[in-house]
Design a protein around this ligand. Sequence first.
Ligand SMILES: [Zn+2]
Ligand SMILES: [Zn+2]
Length: 252
Amino acid sequence: MTTSGDTQVSLYAWRRSFRNALSAVGEGPLAVLFPPRCLLCERPTSRLNVLCDECITNLPHLKGPRCSKCQEPLSDPTLDLCRACGTRERYFDRAISLGPYDGAWGKLVRSLKFDKEPAMARFLSARMADFLHAEDPFGNIDVITFVPMTRRALHARGFNQASLLAHGLARRIHRPVARLLRKVRETSPQARLSARERGKNLRGVFHSIRSVSGKVLLVDDIFTTGSTVEECAHVLKNGSCEEVFVLSVARA
Ligand SMILES: [Zn+2]
Ligand SMILES: [Zn+2]
């Protein structure tokens, strides 16, 4: 007997093998007939890149005066911290995104989740590694981890995009990666909730799998309100972790 869960998994497996076959086209002799194209401008690109060189160079940065801890835009450029970071303690020490979610970065993140995850995960983790090499905003990291999904959500999607990014980054910067957290229940999308509701929505949702000491880099795809990574950092710091830095692809 086939349950709906099995159907979902086999459909996913089929989709995945079809997609892998398609991506093999991009690296085999058929690439001559079907040259890979830049995801943003659709010009032909090198077979290993999802974007052309020009679009990579033009990927936007976050602009204007921003909070030195969470990158929230500052209305008063003479200040160093936003209201949230200035008035209460944050569990994470610093959170940085590669760029704004509006536009190119958002398109890349959506593509990672819904379209071509292996190539996009390679591409985005390479951008994260380049950024860390160029800016070194966090210093030496002891271990890299990622924002977890519930078992159910992981089963439905087949992969955790934050985990793909963390593993790709770890390979590139030669740091260990570890699954330190698990998510025990589904939550409502944080962006639709008030600050008070967000806290309630996330309370107790992340559990520690194992505790590590030193500096942890927590990886996610999108930074929206910061309350998800805040809650993850809270759990990590309840263990023996001393500092938690957050790196995400895009800031909404
Ligand atoms: Zn392009
Ligand atoms: Zn802030």
